[in-house]
Design a protein around this ligand. Structure first.
Ligand code: MG
Length: 377
């Protein structure tokens, strides 16, 4: 199947069913960390190398692959799977994430997983930083809990899977001809998210618009360094069928972002400026919404809290992801009935997804109805 046909398959039945491999047989870097604890409870970690279908370029980086940390929490014969994608911007990497989990393994395997709130609070206290590692552990525990209870995670949180939103499909920064090709191939997705933030923004948007009239969301990834430039670009983007703009200025420039917001009419979404629940109150009045990611927040429980806080403050909510497998993306998707926007396409950008979970049909997220995350290998 050529790439174009593959993308059509994504949009109609989505999926990567023909591309499923167990982590141990595919994609692993060999950095398997052994089991532990004298009890029947084990906690395993593995660094999995995810191969990108296309070189992925944003204002921050360009890469052919990404390494994510996978965690398996095993107890009573039930395996909970988790994953975290370390974020370079926050000085994280997969090896550091693995060491972080190893540092608390004996304590975690000796704790009561039914007291997962208390357990994770203690892990957050014991481990400084390393939010991707914490996310991997949180997801594994919640997958285990859901399976033990026999309910999908969306049901555990009281959500209606029919409320799951559409997801955007992301178009990284590239030459105009490649951009046009990517947009054509993303035809099943009704809304695209286009990476901008460089001097080539006008060329990029022109390339996209030469192929499609679909609504766009753009992400500048802190790329515009100057408030006047941001206003100029956003007001131009408003004439180009753009719905919202993510992280126009560097995360720490709150007052300049407020200045920009007073001069534009598109909603501004905070991403790099919003890692944790405690960040959100100061963002109200500066941004119109927040992009919440499990890898930034430290997992499902913190992300759920962030969504509730943002909503209470009148902010729009987006669930995003990093380049990752279906483990992390499916975990986020279980919370997606709560949010206004979803950008959950990280698993669609890779060629060696070890699992399948959430599916996409014509852009709409379809949540698995199996217990826990509902993953299949
Ligand atoms: Mg972003």
């Amino acid at each position: 199947m050529n790439r174009r046909d593959w993308m059509k398959t994504l949009g109609t039945a989505c999926a990567l069913n023909g591309l499923e491999f167990p982590p141990s047989a595919h994609g692993g870097t060999g950095a398997l960390s052994g089991t532990s604890s004298s009890s029947a409870t084990t906690l395993e970690t593995e660094i999995v190398r995810l191969k990108l279908r296309h070189t992925w370029t944003t204002t921050m980086s360009s890469s052919e692959y990404r390494d994510t940390l996978h965690v398996r929490f095993v107890r009573d014969g039930v395996i909970g799977h988790g994953e975290g994608a370390p974020i370079v911007r926050y000085k994280e990497n997969a090896e550091g994430a693995q060491r972080a989990i190893q540092s608390v393994r004996d304590w975690v395997t000796g704790a009561d997983p039914w007291q997962f709130e208390k357990l994770l609070t203690e892990v957050f206290h014991r481990v400084p930083g390393q939010y991707a590692a914490k996310a991997a552990l949180d997801i594994a525990l919640m997958d285990w809990v859901g399976q033990k209870l026999g309910v999908p995670l969306y049901r555990y949180f009281g959500l209606d899977p029919n409320d799951a939103p559409i997801t955007t499909f992301s178009i990284g920064i590239d030459a105009p001809e490649i951009t046009r090709q990517k947009v054509r191939e993303a035809e099943p997705f009704p809304v695209l998210k286009v990476k901008v933030g460089l001097d080539t923004d006008e060329t990029t948007i022109a390339a996209v618009r030469s192929v499609t009239n679909r609504p766009l969301r753009v992400d500048a990834n802190e790329g515009w360094k100057d408030k006047e430039e941001a206003v100029r670009k956003i007001n131009w983007l408003a004439t180009q069928g753009v719905e919202c703009v993510e992280q126009p200025l560097p995360a720490d420039r709150l007052e300049e972002t407020r200045w920009v917001r007073e001069r534009v009419h598109l909603p501004l979404i905070a991403d790099e400026a919003c890692m944790h629940a405690s960040d959100i109150p100061r963002l109200a009045g500066v941004y119109d919404g927040v992009n919440i990611k499990l890898d930034k927040s430290g997992g499902i429980l913190e992300a759920f809290k962030m969504i509730q806080i943002a909503r209470a403050l009148g902010l729009k909510t987006m669930l995003g992801c990093m380049v990752s497998s279906s483990v992390s993306v499916t975990a986020a998707a279980h919370l997606s009935p709560l949010v206004d926007y979803a950008d959950l396409d990280g698993n669609l950008l890779i060629a060696n997804d070890p699992f399948s979970g959430v599916q996409v049909k014509n852009g709409k997220l379809l949540l698995p109805d199996r217990p826990g995350l509902g993953l299949k290998q």
